[in-house]
Design a binder for this molecule. Structure first.
Ligand code: CMP
Length: 140
């Protein structure tokens, strides 16, 4: 198994609903190391760069409105198969379809306001980490 880094982001709904501690705790308890952590508010330009694979899709503008609507908490976590394991932990995009026990399954009831994001591939992890963090903000 390969040690990987992935980008986790608690979205504005997760922050305003005070789920930050609960969500970080799940990744810590699973065994991941936190390599970088920050709370910030996306500019529109930065959000469009972060989600550029979705540009042109019908939900793109609404996604950018939502993700820039309040602060988010982003972190880089590291561990064995971090990318696929984190995706399993967050569950499918639509909170109504996400199984109980997953983060979206336990806390989300919407497809857009779905509490959390995790990178879906090594390429998107690299891109998303680069959009959010400077190199010197990530621990060795
Ligand atoms: P995320 O995993 O962050 O990746 C893209 C995001 O776009 C997704 O979670 C949702 O927040 C949002 N999204 C995806 N599909 C839709 C949709 N059909 N309608 C509204 N928002 C969506």
């Amino acid at each position: 198994m390969a040690v990987e880094k992935t980008l986790i982001m608690i979205k504005p709904d997760g922050v305003s609903r005070r789920l930050v501690g609960e969500i970080i705790s799940r990744f810590e308890k699973k065994g991941f190391k936190i390599k970088a952590l920050k709370m910030f508010k996306f500019t529109r330009e930065q959000a469009e760069e972060f989600y550029k694979v979705h540009k042109g899709k019908p939900f793109f503008e609404s996604l950018i409105d939502f993700i820039t609507s309040g602060p988010v908490v982003a972190m880089v976590i590291e561990g064995d198969s971090a990318i696929s394991v984190a995706r399993l932990m967050i569950g499918p995009t639509d909170g109504r379809e996400a199984p109980p026990g997953t983060i979206r399954g336990d806390y989300a009831l919407s497809k857009r306001e779905n509490v959390i994001h995790a990178s879906d591939s090594p390429e998107s992890a690299e891109h998303e980490i680069r959009v959010v963090f400077r190199e010197e903000e990530i621990l060795e």
